[in-house]
Design a protein around this ligand. Structure first.
Ligand SMILES: C[S@@+](CC[C@H](N)C(=O)[O-])C[C@H]1O[C@@H](n2cnc3c(N)ncnc32)[C@H](O)[C@@H]1O
Length: 183
């Protein structure tokens, strides 16, 4: 069985061209940034994290690449054009400080901010990997499910990939604009 991050990577790979602009909204130890950097050799990855340790770990893991911009700062303030993918792998830094974790209010702000930018990023897909198995993650899960499940179905496509036979397993939500009809 594929892990939730592997499902996300599979979908991202299917929707990305080599010259695309993509965002890792939570670069952590750099594994997702590394995956994305390999997909866009002629494009760009922008990697965010609020922890210096995370940015340093990501820089170290991706030191052979020159298509990555690292931003020490919160993903709430993303402002982007022509972006194809924004990946949020939520929670805390594995092997790091478990008290520094994504928070439901800032994650929600970040998603709302991105949704307001769909007009300048019509082909963008937002990927949310959510971990309900820890305290903050459980609250984040409830709030994000509530928000995303109520997005206007005429304008947005929202999908959920969730292990069905397991409690509190990590799961994936994707959000994209429904394609405009040309006729
Ligand atoms: C589960 S880890 C990410 C794993 C990472 N993508 C990897 O491949 O190793 C979550 C990360 O989100 C970061 N984070 C928490 N709040 C954030 C925020 N507001 N903006 C950007 N990053 C944030 C944490 O510092 C942590 O490193």
């Amino acid at each position: 069985m594929l892990k939730t991050t592997e499902f996300a990577h599979l979908l991202i790979k299917e929707n990305i061209n080599s010259n695309d602009i993509v965002i890792d909204a939570t670069c952590g130890n750099g594994f997702d940034t590394l995956f994305l950097a390999n997909l866009v050799p002629d494009g760009k990855v922008i990697a965010y994290d609020i922890q210096e340790a995370a940015i340093n770990n990501t820089k170290e893991l991706t030191k052979d690449f020159n298509n990555i911009e690292y931003i020490l700062g919160s993903h709430e303030f993303i402002n982007i054009n022509n972006c194809k993918c924004v990946l949020f792998n939520l929670g805390y830094l594995p092997k790091g400080d478990k008290t520094i974790t994504t928070k439901s209010n800032t994650t929600l702000n970040a998603i709302k901010n991105l949704i307001n930018q769909f007009d300048k990023n019509p082909n963008m897909i937002i990927y949310l990997i959510i971990y309900p198995g820890h305290l903050e993650g459980s609250e984040e899960s409830i709030i994000l499910k509530e928000f995303t499940s109520n997005l206007d179905s005429k304008r947005y496509m929202v999908t959920l990939i969730e292990p069905f036979n397991q409690n509190n397993a990590p799961y994936l939500i994707t959000i994209n604009l429904k394609q405009k009809k040309t006729h």
